[in-house]
Design a protein around this ligand. Structure first.
Ligand code: ATP
Length: 324
């Protein structure tokens, strides 16, 4: 078996802008054919990591390897990475084909070969029919796919995507999410993706890395990180509703499936709010105030402003409470 080097290997990457330590000691690996999503709150350093990998910023320390080659000191054009940023930046005066063939042309590929390559990747994103159009004659989603095709045409084994779906409306986003996942599978490149949208991370990426204030605080298989946050801060960032105090510096993470409704002691319901599916209620449990999402049918379990429930201790995890 031939072992391919990882599409990307980043070690100990740090970058400050004046007094702001934007990235500190970040290490990441993206295997060929794998998608890693960088997630974290606004300003935590996600885009800076991407820009450092692309060569658009110089790190203060650390190392960037693309396909096993140390490119830390190389300019962007010598790194063999395909970039897709938020604002696609298509050339308005070039056709779709011209936009996609541009990269190979700039690297000295002859026009007929560059255009043949462009047609190939346009087929991959299912835009071959629109090859002669100009960017302003395309929908947002189509422009987005042209930007992707342009990155793919570089033939690089690593794609960097910064909020690739951010300019699109919700329906288009969910359509394109499915398209993109299939596309990533077909091209076999490593993908490093920055997003603030957790659903996007979960649906597009096999692995996620969570950043906080310039550092990666947790990384692993996407489903694992969402199901088992390593700390109270990560759980809160991922939208966990029930993070209860468990003594100084500790917190209990109570997942929804640990709440066994309609059994055990009745606890006071202190607040109720209607939702599309039923109600969200607050229950005064000895551990703290529990947020419980009830379906319309489960709402009937509330009697005299109380709700009986047991918490399955086997599904509850205790973690460090590192929230501010
Ligand atoms: N060129 C720059 N000059 C000065 N400060 C910068 C520069 N680029 C980024 N920063 C700062 O570095 C920090 C990290 O920014 P970065 O854009 O990487 O965060 P982000 O996680 O991508 O945020 P968002 O989700 O809002 O895009 C922020 O405090 C930002 O203000």
């Amino acid at each position: 078996m031939v072992l391919l080097p990882p599409a990307l290997n980043v070690t100990g990457l740090s970058k400050a802008f004046g007094a702001v330590q934007a990235v500190r000691g970040v290490s990441l690996e993206v295997a060929a054919g794998e998608t890693l999503a960088l997630i974290g709150p606004s300003g935590c350093g996600k885009s800076t990591v991407l820009r450092l990998v692309a060569g658009l910023e110089r790190p203060d320390s650390g190392r960037v390897e693309v396909a096993g080659r140390d490119v830390t000191a190389r300019p962007p054009e010598a790194r063999q990475v395909g970039l897709v940023f938020q604002d696609y930046a298509l050339f308005p005066h070039l056709s779709v084909l011209g936009n996609v063939a541009y990269g190979p042309r700039m690297r000295g590929v002859r026009r007929p070969d560059a255009e043949a390559r462009a047609r190939e990747v346009l087929a991959l994103v299912e835009l071959q029919e629109l090859a002669t159009r100009r960017p302003h004659q395309l929908s947002g989603g189509q422009q987005q796919r042209v930007a992707l095709a342009r990155a793919l045409a570089t033939g690089s084994g690593l794609l960097l995507l910064d909020e690739p779906l951010s300019n699109l409306d919700e329906q288009l986003r969910s359509e394109l999410r499915a398209d993109l996942r299939a596309l990533f599978g077909r091209v076999g490149a490593g993908v490093l993706l920055v997003t603030h949208d957790q659903r996007e991370a979960l649906s597009l990426a096999g692995r996620v890395a969570v950043m906080r204030a310039g550092e990666v605080v947790q990384q692993g298989a996407a489903a694992d990180v969402f199901a088992r946050p390593g700390s109270a801060w990560v759980a809160a960032f991922l939208g966990w509703a029930n993070i209860l105090p468990a003594g100084p510096g500790r917190a209990r993470l109570v997942p929804e499936d640990a709440l066994l409704l309609g059994e055990g002691e009745p606890w006071a319901v202190t607040a109720r709010q209607g939702t599309e599916a039923g109600e969200t209620v607050q229950v005064a449990h000895p551990w703290g105030s529990l947020t419980v999402n009830l379906s319309a049918r489960e709402v009937a379990l509330i009697r005299d402003d109380t709700l009986s429930l047991n918490v399955d201790p086997g599904r509850v995890r205790e973690v460090t409470d590192d929230r501010e």
